[in-house]
Design a protein around this ligand. Structure first.
Ligand code: NDP
Length: 327
């Protein structure tokens, strides 16, 4: 496993990391979660991603219990939480990025994950109702208190991230270090275009999510996937509506053929394509079965197959390179 610096920070995360959205405390049994966590750690993964909202807190509870059962030294792994959506409660005090919720959510995540500090703490979405100053000060204070080591954002605009940095600089506070955007062959604009200046000016790191577009980029939806797959779950029909369409499936078909030509599989090719981008600090994997993780862990080994020619063939199939602004 290779390790990459998280933006301009000194922290080095494994280039593949592992998250628990939909799976832990929900889709899969705790025994399977434990097996996946072991496989990830044994492969050199040092970052486990979580959020208050995943299974309304149950995902953090399961991960916390599993981590506590292992004898892995605390200085060999990192764990995150994210705040914004709440852990089930919908009252205004129970969600958002105001001081009350950010602090209470941090305390709850520490208890559920059974840790003394969160290595990474993300603002899961921007909060238009809370002054940016309040959130930046609160994150800074949590770091000062030793409850959080690095804070960041998820799905914020470049302008919002820069706004947070301006405030941090003005008051000598610690600013956001990393962003967690969606990034995969079908969703590219933020990572490839919007954040370009932010990488260079403040040294933004990225922990990218849904690298396989929730499983679309495995090719299994082209083959009439079995009933227990993510995009057939009732609560995710909204996501299936966005992702599963003729145009995407036709591209996936051709990408699958290309992977075959290269002697590899589509999941590995799609993950390697994400790893190839130097602005990606770590690619967050998700898996509901050990054999999926096993396969996905093979992605770094095929990055060298992505020559200029292969990248051009992928680009021709995708036909969705985001336009860069003209200056
Ligand atoms: P992916 O796009 O890689 O989707 C993972 C899912 O695809 C698996 O759970 C499995 O679902 C299927 N899959 C994975 N590998 C294979 C394989 N080799 N063969 C067949 N099927 C496979 O990543 P996620 O969407 O899970 O995102 C990764 C992590 O990113 C999350 O766990 C979470 O930590 C984070 N995240 C953050 C968000 C944010 O807003 N900040 C939003 C979403 C995720 P199944 O078997 O059920 O089909």
């Amino acid at each position: 496993m290779e390790y990459r610096r998280l933006g301009r920070s000194g922290l080095q995360l494994s280039e593949l990391s592992f998250g628990s959205w939909i799976t832990f405390g929900n889709q899969i049994e705790d025994g399977t979660s434990g097996r996946l966590l072991d496989m990830a750690y044994d492969a050199g993964i040092n970052f486990f991603d979580n959020a208050e909202t995943y299974a309304d807190g149950a995902s953090e509870e399961v991960m916390g219990r599993l981590l506590a059962q292992r004898d892995w030294p605390r200085d060999t792994w990192c764990v995150s939480s994210k705040v914004f959506f709440g852990a089930g409660g919908k009252l205004p005090t129970q969600r958002g990025l105001h001081r009350k919720h950010v602090v209470e959510a941090c305390h709850d995540a520490l208890k559920r994950l059974r840790v003394d500090y969160l290595d990474l703490y993300f603002c899961h979405r921007p909060d238009k109702q809370t002054p940016m100053e309040e959130t930046v000060w609160t994150m800074h204070q949590l770091i000062q208190q030793g409850k959080v080591l690095y804070w960041g954002t998820s799905e914020w605009s470049a302008a919002e991230i820069m706004d947070a940095h301006r405030i941090a600089e003005r008051h000598n506070l610690i600013g956001p270090v990393m962003e967690q955007p969606q990034y995969n062959m079908f969703v590219r604009r933020k990572v490839e275009v919007e954040y370009q200046d932010v990488y260079r000016t403040v040294g933004l790191g990225t922990t990218i999510w849904s690298p396989l577009a929730s499983g679309l980029l495995t090719g299994k939806y082209n083959r009439g996937a079995s009933a227990d797959v993510r995009l057939k779950r009732d609560e995710l029909s909204w996501l299936a509506d966005i992702v599963l369409n003729e145009k995407n499936l036709a591209k996936v078909e051709r990408l699958g053929d290309l992977a075959g030509d290269l002697g590899t599989t589509l999941p590995k090719l799609a993950l390697a394509w994400c790893l190839k981008n130097p602005d990606v600090s770590t690619v967050l994997l998700g898996a509901s079965k050990p054999e999926q993780l096993e396969e996905n862990l093979g992605a770094p080994a095929i990055v060298p197959l992505l020559t200029e020619d292969v990248m051009a063939r992928i680009e021709e199939i995708l036909d969705n390179a985001p336009a860069h602004p003209e200056y």
